[in-house]
Design a binder for this molecule. Structure first.
Ligand code: PLP
Length: 392
């Protein structure tokens, strides 16, 4: 059976050039970068070069790039790192602002700090398309606000948040403040699709993860602007400028840098729009979730009324099509997505959500095949559903 992968927001295949670049660092170039001999120096040089490549992409200095184990760790380090550094110096409880549609790596970290009474958190509501309003963020700022974290692009519905606008607003606010507000963005879904120049975005911290853009799993980075103080969460050696201890994942770092080097924004917008138009035209009672224009180039997400996303997924899988019913971390559970609930959908509608995310090599034929197979699946499931019979 033909297999079609439309779940590139969950993960991407590691590109062959990336595997090739990584290979020597598993075998003959196996040195520990902290060793002073030739083997160690060879590995250190590879890390230094990789850091330069990532810095070039982000338009920052190499010393501002901290390698981590992925997006989740970068988000944890950004948020807890800023909070713990503050608590170390001041005894007052800090205040954080995030949106209600953040990835769980941000949401759960903030909830943990809140439950431990280490921070106070304000959750900014989004509109029906998943967009935050910078004005709402501005209004939520308090005297003890030390951190604002808003994702660049949403992993479930693809909506792009106005990061540059928020960054400029925070910079303006900071002019008259003694305790400056740090601005973090989770750019895990944005890398490769959107401009991630940290100066253009006016961000202090930015998270990225290699497996979302053709790199290997288990490696990511956090951009930490010079002068921004964060406490390390992993204690040990002096690696990563004392911000993240542990022997570096040299093959992973080299692979991530290669993947960054290979990034090209492909014209997948045309295929995405073909899929969106086709689905909305052929399947009644379907809602496009997220923003109709300000959305990731590769992301098409829908709610199909009267049925559950999980059963659509199962039937698509039988036809060789891999999609997702939300973020990879929450699919597999029947809970309605927190993102869709935050956008104002009711539980029932939110449970009928499906996300297709396209990749660089997705073809027109694959999209045509999805558009042929999907409508009869929805029709069949609605016939079986007690809520759907009248709508088929
Ligand atoms: N942030 C966002 C927006 C994501 O989509 C993901 C992964 O799905 C993560 C963070 C976590 O990244 P990682 O899988 O590298 O831990």
């Amino acid at each position: 059976m033909k297999k079609i992968y439309l779940d590139f927001a969950a993960t991407t295949p590691t590109k062959k050039e990336v595997v090739q670049a990584m290979n020597p660092f598993f075998s003959n170039k196996f040195g520990n970068p902290s060793s002073l001999h030739g083997f160690g120096r060879e590995a250190r040089a590879a890390i230094d070069l990789s850091r330069e490549k990532v810095a070039l992409y982000l338009n920052c200095e190499p010393e501002e790039v901290i390698f981590t184990s992925g997006g989740t760790e970068s988000d944890n380090l950004a948020i807890s790192g800023v909070v713990f550094d503050y608590l170390f110096k001041a005894k007052k409880k800090p205040h954080i602002i995030i949106s209600t549609v953040e990835h769980h790596a941000v949401l759960h970290t903030c909830q943990y700090l809140e439950n431990k009474s280490e921070a106070e958190v304000t959750y900014i509501k989004v509109d029906g398309r998943g967009m935050v309003n910078p004005e709402d963020i501005k209004k939520a700022i308090k005297q003890n606000t030390i951190l604002i974290s808003i994702m660049y692009a949403n992993n479930e519905i693809g909506t792009i948040e106005p990061i540059r606008e928020i960054g400029k607003m925070i910079e303006k606010e900071n002019r008259d403040r003694k305790n400056k507000i740090v601005f973090h963005t989770d750019a895990v879904q944005a890398v490769g699709s959107l401009n991630c120049d940290v100066k253009y975005l006016h961000v202090d911290l930015l998270s990225l993860s290699a497996h979302k853009f053709g790199g290997p799993k288990g490696i990511g980075a956090l951009f930490v602007k010079k002068g921004i103080k964060i406490k390390n969460l992993i204690h040990g050696g002096g690696q990563e400028y004392l911000k993240r201890a542990g022997t570096e994942n040299v093959p992973g770092i080299v692979g991530m840098a290669k993947a960054v080097e290979l990034l090209r924004i492909k014209k997948i917008i045309i295929l995405r729009d073909r899929l969106i138009d086709g689905v909305l035209k052929t399947i009644p009672d379907t809602i496009l979730t997220g923003h109709p224009e300000k959305r990731l180039p590769n992301s098409a997400s829908f709610c199909f009324k009267f049925i559950e996303g999980e059963s659509i997924l199962y039937n698509l899988d039988l036809e060789g099509i891999a999609a997702s019913s939300g973020s990879a971390c929450t699919s597999g559970s029947l809970e309605a997505s927190h993102v869709l609930l935050a956008c104002g959908f009711d539980h029932k509608t939110a449970q009928g959500s499906i996300r297709f995310t396209l990749g660089e090599n997705t073809t027109n034929e694959e999209i045509k095949y999805v558009l042929k197979v999907l409508p009869p699946i929805i029709k069949k499931l609605r016939k079986m559903s007690p809520f759907g019979r009248k709508n088929v």
